[in-house]
Write a protein that binds this ligand. Structure first.
Ligand SMILES: *[C@@H]1O[C@H](CO)[C@@H](O)[C@H](O)[C@H]1NC(C)=O
Length: 499
């Protein structure tokens, strides 16, 4: 019987027992002092990961050599070039919503921490451009955004290299009659944020990005709705908009304001703060929920002292910080016994990296303005907030109960059987013959390590009790995603410059 990838009962490796034995002979996590990590090495690898996720025609300077050109006919069936972009995770679909969020967070990483990236800065900028070149293609027709290429059910039924794909590559779109203010709002945010990255590096490209961001935001705002209404069977349950599209409208406006300094966006934010629920569910930040991010981003202006009319955003951001700091107020955010931020629902590392990014960004804004966060009867200093962010990064890099680095290729022990088609199947170079949809099953089920090391990939991570199976079928733990890495790039840049 053919496996349905992702729903396989666990075939549990003896490797896990080994982990427990090893853990017992090492110091407890409390004894792990942090530091001692090669943040620069981890930074380089976190950016390199994006080259392994590239779709389309690969350039001559491609460094991840086991990957080849793939999906060169994306969009051909509708006469529109939709090649390029990123595969979001361990499958071969191009999901527009998380891809746009990834591009926004990579851009924010560069905007705030590019000065800490040293020689890696140009690679980080290239990672953004690989995203924006694609986002420009999907938004080329006014009033339309192509939001996904590939049929997830068809793709998930196969275990195939991207280079071999023969699954359905349907292109799905939103338009005025089938709106998607969520994905369009995020796409506008990504284009606007990236326009800041290219402002001095490539002014014409930057202007193109900003111009497009303005258009796409207008479409998102004037034609309101959630894309999972018209595309329900396509995007759900993968990247369904559960949280509503209001946050992406504010988020898009906030990035457009930052990029353009135009008064209309500032006025939009002030006018819509309450209508679009800026203060809702503040302790989340991810591809579906932008609330904490909106408040932190806008608070920078408040903290720098020139936007008092936005001070409620700072109150929300402060409340967010208090909710993350353990033991300081009523903590709404859970931690694993080993000290990792933990939210149920799988792929936990996405929460760890995105929330830690906000902690670090906010702590920087605080220290530049000599402010602290009031939390009930006490207060949190910039240094305290930064320590928490560093603790999370150190946990990822190996200071954890099972003493494993959750970044592939970093440290002495790291995940060997990640849930990733390209990594787990032999490369085209090693095995040029086509490997068909179901032929991949034996590689998926194999107890052997993946043949291609996807350097820099950070996986979903341990479960709530800090255990990690290192097994492909455990996709919630063993699958990497682009939106786990994007905020981590900024974190690693900062800590590499401030070890
Ligand atoms: C975490 O994983 C380990 C090993 O698979 C398992 O024994 C434990 O019950 C899991 N914990 C939870 C809370 O699921």
């Amino acid at each position: 019987m053919a496996p349905n990838f992702g729903r396989i009962p666990p075939s549990f490796p003896a490797f896990f027992l080994l982990l427990l034995v090893t853990a017992a002979t090492h110091p407890s996590p409390a004894a792990a002092a942090g530091g001692g990590h090669d943040y620069s090495d981890a930074l380089r690898k976190s950016i390199l990961f994006f080259e392994g996720q590239r779709s389309g025609k690969l350039p001559p300077d491609q460094r991840v050599k086991w990957r080849r050109d793939s999906a060169l006919r994306d969009g051909a069936s509708i006469g529109h070039d939709l090649t390029g972009g990123y595969y979001d995770a361990g499958d071969n679909i191009k999901f527009g919503f998380p891809m746009a969020f990834t591009t926004t967070l990579l851009s924010w990483s560069i905007i705030d921490f590019g000065k800490n990236m040293g020689s890696e800065l140009h690679n980080a900028v290239k990672a953004v451009k690989w995203g924006t070149d694609y986002l420009l293609k999907v938004t080329a027709v006014p009033g339309t955004v192509y939001v996904q290429v590939g049929d997830a059910l068809s793709d998930h039924n196969c275990w195939e290299r991207p280079e071999d794909m023969d699954t359905l590559r349907t292109a799905f779109k939103i338009d005025r009659a089938h709106p998607g203010s969520d994905v369009a709002g995020e796409t506008a945010a990504a284009l606007a944020a990236a326009s800041i990255v290219f402002q001095s590096r490539d002014p014409p490209y930057s202007r193109l990005l900003l111009h497009r961001a303005v258009e796409v935001f207008e479409f998102a705002n004037n034609y309101r709705g959630a894309y999972s209404t018209s595309l329900n069977h396509v995007v759900c349950p993968f990247y369904c908009d559960v949280n509503g599209y209001q946050d992406e409208l504010l988020w898009g406006a906030a990035w457009l304001h930052k990029a353009s300094r135009r008064r209309e966006y500032r006025e939009y934010i002030v006018r819509n703060e309450v209508v679009l629920h800026a203060g809702d569910t503040i302790n989340e930040f991810g591809w579906d929920n932008k609330h904490a991010g909106i408040n932190v981003l806008i608070s920078k202006e408040v903290l720098m002292g020139n936007a008092d009319y936005l001070k409620s955003f700072r109150q929300n951001a402060d409340a967010f910080i208090c909710s993350v700091l353990p033991g300081i107020s009523h903590p709404q955010i859970q931690y694993s016994p080993g000290g990792l931020i933990f939210k149920a629902g799988g792929s936990n590392m996405q929460h760890v990296t995105s929330l830690s990014f906000l902690l670090l960004a906010y702590s920087n804004y605080l220290s530049h303005s000599n402010k602290v966060v009031p939390c009930g009867g006490t207060s949190a200093s910039s240094a305290q907030i930064k320590r928490l962010a560093r603790r999370q990064v150190d946990y990822i890099l190996g200071d954890n109960p099972v003493r494993i680095s959750y970044m592939v290729g970093y440290g002495e022990r790291y995940p060997q059987r990640i849930h990733h088609r390209g990594s787990s199947l032999p490369s085209v170079g090693a095995h040029p013959a086509h490997i068909g949809c179901k032929e991949g099953s034996r590689y998926y089920l194999s107890p052997n390590p993946n043949p291609n090391v996807l350097v820099g990939a950070v996986v979903g991570g341990p479960n709530s009790t800090d255990d990690f199976p290192d097994s492909r079928p455990y996709f919630q733990e063993s699958e990497p995603t682009t939106y786990i890495n994007a905020p981590l790039v900024g974190l690693l840049a900062y800590f590499s410059a401030h070890p």
